[in-house]
Design a protein around this ligand. Structure first.
Ligand SMILES: [Zn+2]
Length: 271
């Protein structure tokens, strides 16, 4: 069995120092590919640098470029225009636009919730249009925002689809994305036995709609599945998330692992 972490912030300072060792450990655990989304202009170059010169690394690293809804405060239209330039220039080095999206919890906490939500929607809308123009898939962040994201996706009718990363929600919310051709990123949420709604949805969804991810160093796993507490999440935990998924699903481990890799190929690595 081989695995791909479809969403990991490997450029994070927590990983950089021991990165060669971590990549060796990932390779030993059969994690063969890691997709690294960027979050803001600050980390575009780091993410691109990691994804280059793959032949010198034990596993393959891939980059996505995009602006995350948490980091819009000091950004403006010119940052979106620069992103467009960079996406065009680095087209052969990136596999998606991401991570982009809408976070309803962040806008509720903002000084002016309505203005914040409008800015998030503008950045999301612009980047969806960019993905369509450049024929790239997207990696989407959601939190309390399915009601904003689904209509935007319906309106844009992307040429490539993408992943709803860190999916949590009901069966019907999942179905809305699947009907639009999207895959759902399955991460640490399923390691918490209290996440009943999401677990029940993932049990019933078609296997060809799921991909695996850690979102490391964010999204810690439940202590229920760890041997000891961890300072932060790691791409190595992908295998633990996979084992949780195999307990939820009826298919064999091999069948699940194989189909998930096919799903990732279909979204990010199809011609
Ligand atoms: Zn992320």
């Amino acid at each position: 069995m081989q695995f791909t972490d479809s969403h990991c912030h490997l450029d994070d300072a927590k990983f950089i120092e021991a990165l060669p060792h971590l990549l060796d450990e990932c390779a030993q655990a059969s994690i063969e590919r890691i997709i690294i989304p960027s979050v803001a202009p600050d980390n575009f170059n780091q993410v691109l640098t990691l994804s280059k010169h793959n032949s010198a690394k034990p596993i393959k690293l891939f980059a996505a470029l995009g602006i995350h809804p948490w980091f819009l405060d000091n950004l403006s239209q010119s940052d979106l225009e620069q992103l467009t330039q960079l996406v065009r220039q680095e087209k052969s080095n990136i596999i998606a636009v991401g991570e982009i999206g809408i976070d309803g919890a962040i806008s509720k906490r903002a000084a002016n919730p309505e203005v914040n939500l409008q800015k998030q929607q503008h950045f999301f809308d612009y980047q969806l249009a960019l993905a369509k123009q450049e024929n790239l898939p997207v990696i989407i962040h959601h939190r309390q925002s399915h009601q904003y994201i689904v209509p935007q996706l319906k309106r844009h009718k992307l040429s490539k689809t993408g992943v709803i990363h860190g999916f949590s929600g009901s069966y019907q919310q999942a179905k809305d994305y699947i009907d639009l051709g999207f895959k759902l990123g399955i991460g640490s949420t399923i390691t918490y036995s209290r996440a009943k709604k999401t677990i029940n949805a993932i049990k019933r969804l078609p296997l060809d709609s799921l991909v695996l991810e850690t979102d490391a160093p964010s999204m810690p796993l439940s202590i229920e599945v760890l041997d000891q507490p961890q300072a932060h999440n790691s791409p190595l935990n992908l295998v633990k998330i996979f084992h949780c998924l195999t307990q939820i699903r009826d298919e064999s481990q091999e069948q699940i692992a194989e189909q998930i890799e096919l799903n990732i190929n279909q979204v990010f690595f199809a011609e």
